[in-house]
Design a protein around this ligand. Sequence first.
Ligand code: HEM
Length: 413
Amino acid sequence: MTTADERTTTDYDHHSVDYAENSRAINAELRAKCPVAHTSAHGGFWVVSRYDDVIAVAKNDETFASGYTVDGVTPLGVVIPSSPVPMFPIEMDPPDYLPYRKLLNPLFSPAVSKSWEPRIAKWVDTCLDQVIEKGSFDIVGDLANPVPSLFTCEFLGLPIEDWKLFGDVQHEIIYTPPEEQGPVIERYMQVVGRVYETIVARRNNPIDDVISKLVTAEIDGEPITDEMVISIVNLIMAGGFDTTTAVTANSLIYLADHPEARQHLIDNPDAIPTACEEFLRWFTPQQGLARTVTKPVTVGDVELEPGERVLISWASANQDDAAFDRPDEVILDRFPNRHTTFGMGIHRCIGSHIARNELYTMVRRVLERMPDYRVDHTNAQRYPTIGVINGWINVPATFTPGERLGSASLPGA
Ligand code: HEM
């Protein structure tokens, strides 16, 4: 038994350039040699890397808290280092957390998410229409970033003409180094302003959108405060935008680089959802999230103490050969595929049905409308670090021009 005093230390840092470049090898070494490892990075934390341990920690929300503070003072929550402001309700624990999830669940149910499919398809085609005659586009800037933003504005009830501000801020905040974030934070404050204006408008005049549902709901007999609604809306944007952007960009790059796989999906579009499930496993857009230990507990053969921080590596779990046959290969028809990409336990991703639909639709329509697209690898830029999102800044591509399906331009253009 390893105690907290004899911890196995590593130099693991999910935000390091080394991790961005060698994440699969780093995760494999952790799983093999040190599946519950301690690092001194970012004030010190444990990283849990084996599939079974990841599931056990994520499902034990009593012992592994998500709350922004556990002692009422120190910022903790689900990211390492901690976020400067809390994100609710993801950084809450039961019992306070449960009524919020109960309120949100019906808005994201499989049936409701399915009813949004035509709108997602419409936004995908409108984005592709803007570039189809040119023969060139940026997979991130013209498609994978705009679609989640356009869709989510419509879904939440935010002003649709501001989709670019919302989408760009969520994308840029992820890859801009902390010392250069001033201008992005300023624009982030503009986003918060727009959200607040919408909340005020909906409190006075509710309509059929998510923000109206939030401002007219009650928790324990009280209306939800404006601050809480702002936090929930921000979380839906932060959780839903760049994650989806990242996996779509990675999937389309993979298909451009693997012509047989691309042709297989062009010939068999029904195989796209199962293939996308494998892309979700393989690329794991959100690589890992944190918890805080609330009571003494043993994970693997390591004893953890209250107050210690733990990073749950969804990415490493997805690469574990104890859970996946040939995990180091992309197997387009892998089934079953019990990946951890959307998390596990009570905080499991509420937007997974929407995310899947956005991803399937973007991949399908690109393969249908620009089947010979080629990625310009020389000018494609990956995120310098992938500790928050495993994504791309931009991914230029070219293709044989085609025809528009409609004449609409994007809102606000
Ligand atoms: C491929 C895309 C996505 C990935 C990889 C992803 C990943 C995740 C993960 C891993 C969690 C679990 C957090 C935890 O355990 O602490 C989560 C939670 C969440 N996700 Fe997603 N997500 C995606 C798309 C979306 C979308 C499209 C939305 C909304 C439209 C969304 C909204 C949320 C929210 C609100 C939570 C918090 C749920 C709670 O605390 O109850 N996500 N997501």
